[in-house]
Write a protein that binds this ligand. Structure first.
Ligand SMILES: CC(C)(COP(=O)(O)OP(=O)(O)OC[C@H]1O[C@@H](n2cnc3c(N)ncnc32)[C@H](O)[C@@H]1OP(=O)(O)O)[C@@H](O)C(=O)NCCC(=O)NCCS
Length: 179
């Protein structure tokens, strides 16, 4: 393992590094299939955008973006993130992407999300993590359910693709042990 930060069974999480930026990771955000359920790949990705994002998430303490690494291949297959961490009210927005498509449906997102959620509650002392997911993104909704996120509501007609509106399902998980 290279610079491991949180270690799981099949994957581990480590901090993003500059060297990650111009590898396959760059193309995840140009992949038009990723635009179906997210706002990725709407504008072309650029080295400047990658750099700006990297600087933001590594220099400040309001975001935590961890690279998901497959233990066996040592490949950077995705990212798991906490964004907009609010240290006063102790909540944050949760995000995950498995950009390497050959790594899909192997349980990697579920394992990474469980590790990061535990870290968010136990180490960062957050009370609530939440997210919004496209209503038809069944794989993502399944991942979040397996991790313990609960559906709180919907944002009606929040997402427009190919002339059709879709709802965003709002999900959250609360660490009831921490007040
Ligand atoms: C959503 C995403 C993170 C899932 O990653 P993954 O590593 O494939 O997820 P896992 O293997 O841990 O779990 C996927 C689950 O969804 C199920 N699933 C996969 N495709 C499905 C589909 N089309 N319909 C229903 N369930 C599906 C799998 O069977 C599995 O459930 P199970 O363990 O009960 O069998 C990945 O597809 C991705 O990165 N997508 C693009 C970015 C994205 O949508 N991010 C979420 C934004 S909110």
């Amino acid at each position: 393992m290279y610079h491991p930060f949180i270690v799981g069974d099949v994957i581990y999480l480590r901090g993003l590094e500059e060297a990650d930026l111009d590898k396959e990771y760059f193309q995840w955000f140009n992949d038009q299939e990723n635009d179906v359920y997210t706002n990725h790949a709407v504008w072309p990705n650029t080295p400047e955008k990658m750099r700006e994002f990297y600087d933001q998430v590594t220099q400040y303490r309001n975001d935590l973006v961890l690279a998901i690494i497959d233990k066996k291949s040592e490949k950077h297959i995705g990212n798991a993130s906490l964004h907009r961490i609010n240290w006063i009210d102790r909540h944050s927005k949760f995000g995950i992407i498995i950009g390497a498509k050959e790594a899909h449906s192997k349980g990697h997102a579920t394992e990474a999300a469980k590790l990061l959620a535990k870290y968010a509650f136990d180490k960062l002392n957050l009370h609530r993590i939440s997210l919004g997911v496209h209503e038809d993104n069944e794989a993502a909704i399944r991942v979040y359910e397996k991790v313990g996120f609960i559906v709180e509501g919907r944002q009606k007609d929040h997402f427009l693709r190919n002339g059709k509106y879709f709802d965003i399902v709002c999900m959250a998980m609360i660490n009831k042990d921490k007040v």
